[in-house]
Design a protein. Structure first.
Length: 198
């Protein structure tokens, strides 16, 4: 009998609230099918394993590369992805200490967005682009394949951009650059900043 089941987290918005940046159809497909499938796979693979009952970050960091770590990484990354958005009218630009760190690391906030877009476009295949902070408190932009996540490398992910085609193909077809660029209108930068405390 499974000790604990991970559940699909509730969204802080309705499925259609992110349109037109992300349509209701895209959010529904991505969240309730793809994300749910990774979650169901993770729960099934955990049952009876030595990782059953551990926190999601612990599973991500401790499980060897394979189906369990891949699904755990995808669940972790998708949680980051879906919780970092708000409807356009509620989106706010970064400020305070977070903005200062961005400017120290990248020169300006606009430069950070440009680097995230460039990194997302130069990455080949399926995966994720992240804004991370390392153990020394330095901000960096990086991409990882498939279900890999910065936690495995001792870094804290602050922002996650899903580069898998299911995240954008219904709305943008093969225009990944447009998908990433339009995310800036719905990113909750206060949520991104709060992840520095994790």
């Amino acid at each position: 009998m499974i000790k604990f089941r991970f559940e699909l987290p509730q969204l802080g918005y309705q499925l259609g609230d992110l349109a037109p940046m992300m349509s209701q159809e895209t959010v529904s497909l991505h969240y309730d099918r793809h994300f749910r499938t990774y979650l169901d796979n993770l729960n099934r693979l955990l049952e009876g394993s030595i990782y059953e009952g551990l926190s999601l970050p612990d599973i991500v960091c401790k499980a060897p590369i394979g189906p369990l770590s891949n699904n755990a990484g995808q669940v972790y990354n998708h949680q980051l992805f879906f919780e970092q958005f708000v409807p356009t009218k509620h989106a706010k630009l970064p400020s305070g200490e977070f903005l200062f760190m961005v400017e120290q690391s990248f020169g300006s906030f606009d430069r950070l967005l440009q680097l995230l877009e460039k990194e997302s476009m130069s990455f080949f295949g399926s995966g994720w682009t992240f804004l991370v902070v390392n153990a020394d408190g330095e901000m960096k932009v990086m991409s990882l394949s498939n279900g890999d996540t910065p936690l495995r490398y001792g870094m804290t992910p602050l922002l996650a951009i899903d580069l898998w085609e299911h995240a954008y193909y219904l709305d943008y077809q093969n225009r990944r650059a447009e998908h990433v660029h339009r995310l800036w209108d719905i990113v909750a930068w206060d949520m991104v900043q709060s992840r520095m405390q994790l």
